[in-house]
Ligand binder design. Sequence first.
Ligand SMILES: Cc1cc2nc3c(=O)[nH]c(=O)nc-3n(C[C@H](O)[C@H](O)[C@H](O)COP(=O)(O)OP(=O)(O)OC[C@H]3O[C@@H](n4cnc5c(N)ncnc54)[C@H](O)[C@@H]3O)c2cc1C
Length: 381
Amino acid sequence: MAYLISEDGRELLKDVKDFCENEIRAQVKEYDESGEWPKDIYDMAIEMQLSMMDVPEEYGGLGLSHIDQAAIVEEIAKADAGIAVTLNGNGLALKPVLIAGNEEQKQKCCDIIMNGGWGAFALTEPDAGCDAGNSKTTAVKEGGEYVINGRKCFITNAQVADFFVVTAMTDKTQGTKGMSAFLVYKGTPGLSVGNHENKMGIRTSITSDLILEDVRIPEENRLGEEGTGFYTAMKTLDLARMWCAVIGVGICQRCVDESAVYAQQRVTFGKPIWKHQAIQFMLADMEIRTQASRALCATAIDLADSGKPFTTEASAAKCFTGDSAVKNALDAIQIFGGYGYSREYPVEMLLRDAKIFQIFEGTNEVQRMVIGRAVVGSHKI
Ligand SMILES: Cc1cc2nc3c(=O)[nH]c(=O)nc-3n(C[C@H](O)[C@H](O)[C@H](O)COP(=O)(O)OP(=O)(O)OC[C@H]3O[C@@H](n4cnc5c(N)ncnc54)[C@H](O)[C@@H]3O)c2cc1C
């Protein structure tokens, strides 16, 4: 099942397919090995407005429907999940602004992205990952300013970002209700970025610490009311999980594509390996997981688009797709046999890339907690 995309979406998808084939796939192996940020590829993606897909039409964006966007994101993820994560990073940074920001803040951040800039969402800290409410970063009000101190870690796009959404405690006595969200712009004194993490996978994305030392920002940079930062972050993650799942589907599909071709080329015991039932069943299970993942994404997108609650569905899509991407990548390696274990072939990278989809934007344990609570909540006795 493909997403049912519009005519305009289909046109853009054709260009995206060419870009993926001729630029991303042609170069990605080299960048995966070096761990270098592929600026030339991102410059082309900006040119094609692929970093701007999350900007709403009323703020100058492309006006793509979420379904069209999903088809495009999956296509990019099929070519390279790290590039899809980076482009999606702009959406991750923009979502809290669109959820909680005022008109001026929304327009400013959208303009940055439409002009080829980048954003980053900085929630995680060394002692606050799954337990995001345990944030140690503080924002203290002094006159018309906030002074922010703390350290964020694993922040996607931090090294290239022009604006950051930073969460910080404005009142530690209130727990998660004492967290607020702020816009901090690149170049603000006291703001610095740590080293690029040398990651296992999605190596074409850039991930770094963000250090805030006496960072002074005007009160107007607060997103929403004081104390609403945790709520904004959780709402952001609902949407982000949906997109994370869409990227995961790209990995699932790539595993199927690579394996289906290889299984016809490789001959053992006088026949192509796909004719052995063990391999055929593995291919079938990979396809089932891919279709089921895509269907879960479509359900979450549909609910989000119609303004209905979709937290559980986004978590289910993220969790199932992350697990499926890892399983499909393992099966792809198995189908390739010894060659699957070699860096000369593409499938080992798919496993390294897939693993992060069980970890970021809320680990799959956290997703199961969210889903489990919702199931019990809807069956109150
Ligand atoms: C490549 C990459 C990019 C990232 N990008 C961003 C970003 O842009 N912005 C951002 O803010 N963050 C980002 N993150 C951070 C990411 O969201 C966190 O790493 C993730 O939420 C997990 O937090 P943690 O690493 O502190 O793990 P921990 O919270 O320490 O968890 C460790 C383990 O314990 C389990 N666990 C924890 N608590 C429970 C519980 N109550 N019940 C059951 N199991 C539990 C977890 O599931 C996990 O298996 C990124 C991380 C990576 C690796």
